[in-house]
Design a protein around this ligand. Structure first.
Ligand code: ITT
Length: 211
């Protein structure tokens, strides 16, 4: 049995780009958002080896700390020719490289080393696992993905993170070249959204939110 999310919810992320998208996704559903940053919540260690496990760690930690339901996302970019890396370590790779342009250049260098020049060798997907945890221990998790190819050089200044590198299948512009609404807007006719986060959110909204 799914549980309805109502009232006040903590958006348990310290990533500004994700926070913006998560707030925009929740906005039409009449829940009041407060962010982990605004509440100065500590960031839990992400010790899971799956997106779902890490999303749950973040949601449960924020819910325990605030006694409110908490909404968390764990996400990342999985590059097929790099055996799915950086995957759950996408944020760590970016931290270690220093900047997103630097980590995107690192991924490009790894692809070049392997001779990955044609689109079929440059396949990648973004994954988002969304978790909601309540103070009484109940939790819900939804996960989805979007497939595409990695472009060189990266294109566009919209979005955040690895967006300029990623060209979703069936499109001519990267996530970095799309408006917020194109990337993670929810189609009014109920058809499938584009981004990994919006797709996972569609399932979450159906199960846990008022229309
Ligand atoms: P929180 O854990 O505080 O939410 P984080 O940035 O550490 O923030 P993750 O551990 O989930 O979040 O790491 C996700 C990484 O993947 C991070 O480097 C993001 O920038 C990147 N990423 C996730 N979704 C993305 C998207 O829609 N577009 C571009 N990059 C994305």
């Amino acid at each position: 049995m799914h549980r309805r999310l109502e009232g006040r919810v903590v958006v348990a992320t310290h990533n500004e780009g994700k926070l913006r998208e998560m707030r925009e996704l929740l906005a039409p559903h009449g829940v009041e958002c407060v962010s982990a940053g605004e509440l100065k919540l500590p960031e839990p260690e992400e010790t899971g080896d799956t997106f779902a496990a890490n999303a749950l760690i973040k949601a449960e930690a924020a819910s325990r700390a605030t006694n409110l339901p908490a909404f968390a996302d764990d996400s990342g970019l999985c590059v097929s020719s790099l055996n799915g890396q950086p995957g759950v370590h996408s944020a760590r790779w970016a931290r270690e490289a220093g900047t997103y342009p630097a980590v995107m250049a690192l991924i490009e260098a790894r692809l070049q080393e392997r001779g990955c020049l044609s689109p079929d060798t440059r396949r990648a997907h973004f994954v988002s696992a969304l978790a909601i945890a309540w103070p009484d221990g109940h939790a819900e998790i939804f996960e989805d993905r979007v497939d595409g190819v990695l472009v060189a050089p990266p294109r566009g200044a919209s979005g955040f993170g690895y967006d300029p590198l990623f060209l979703p299948d069936g499109h001519t512009r990267t996530f970095g070249e799309m408006s917020a609404d194109e990337k993670h807007g929810l189609p009014a006719d109920g058809s499938r959204a584009l981004s990994h986060r919006a797709r996972a959110f569609q399932a979450l909204a159906k199960a846990c939110l008022k229309a």
